[in-house]
Design a protein. Sequence first.
Length: 294
Amino acid sequence: MVRIIPASPKIGAEIQGVNIKTMDEATFRTVYQAFLDHIVIVIRGQDLNEEDFMAFSSRFGELKPHMTKKAHHPRYPNLMLMDNRILNTRTGEESKTASPLLIRIGNVWHTDTSYDYITAKATGMYAINVPSVGGDTLFSNSYAAYDALPSGLKQKLEGRSASHIYGGRLKRQQERMEDSERGRAPAIHPMTPTHPETGRKSLYFNDGQIMSILGLEQAQSDALIADLAQRTASPDGDYRHKWQKGDVVLWDNRCSIHCATGDYPANERRTNWRSTIMDFGWQAQRSSLQARSA
Ligand code: SIN
C-alpha cells in the first residue's frame, strides 16, 4: 500500500510502498499528486540503473541534457553524473580526493535552470555514494515565501519580471563553464508566477543567477535582489534531506528553492545521477514577457 508521510510542515513527503521500476499508472498518479501537493518527494530504498531512473523521471516530463557538459553522464547525456572526484565526465579527468569546487557546487539557494527560457519543471536525484556525515540538501517552499511577503512588496513585484543568466553572479559556476557555454542571452521570467498546475502564486527567485529586475534602476534592482535573498535564504530551510544510498528525491522547481550543504569530509565520495525535467507549461506566460522586454 502506498503511504505519503509529510517530511516537514511546509514541504516534502516521503512516499513509502512503491517500487519505481514496477509502478503502475494508478500508483504513478498518486505519486504525481504528492509531487504537486508536497513539492519535494522522497522515495527511499530503490535499486536502479540509469535507464530505470531516466524512465521514472520522464514520467514527469521531457528530459533535457544540462548546460554543464562536463557533468553529463558519459553514456546518457540526459543525466548528470554528479561525483565529487570526476572533474570532467567527457575526458574522464578525476582527482584523488573530492574537488573543493565540486563539494561547493549547489551551495547557494537556487531553483534549477532559471537561465533557460524554458526552465526545469522538476529535478530528480538518485543517490549512489553518500558521505558518512553532511552532504544534505535543504529545500524551501516558494509559495510560502510569496505568502509571507508584506503586501506592499507583493504589489511591487506584481507583473514584474527579472533576467537570469547562466553562471550568473557565481564565480564557482563560471569556473565550471566551457567557452561554448558562455555569453548566452539572459532569460526573462516573472517574479511572482502562477503555477500552471496548482494555480498558486510563488516567489520565483534564484539568488545566484538573477541579474536584474526589469523596469528598475540597477541600484534599486540590486537592493531588491539583496532584500529577497535575505527573505528566501534560511540556514536550515523548511526541510533538510539527509541522503541514504538508493534514495530518489524529485522536486518542483516552479515553487521551491534548494541548497546543497556541501559540508562533508573531502576524503569521502558523493555520487548522484540527476535528471532535468522540462516545463513547457509556462511558455505562454514567458512568451509575452520576452516579447515585452525585447
Ligand atoms: C542541486 O543543486 O541541484 C543539487 C543538490 C545537491 O547536490 O544536493
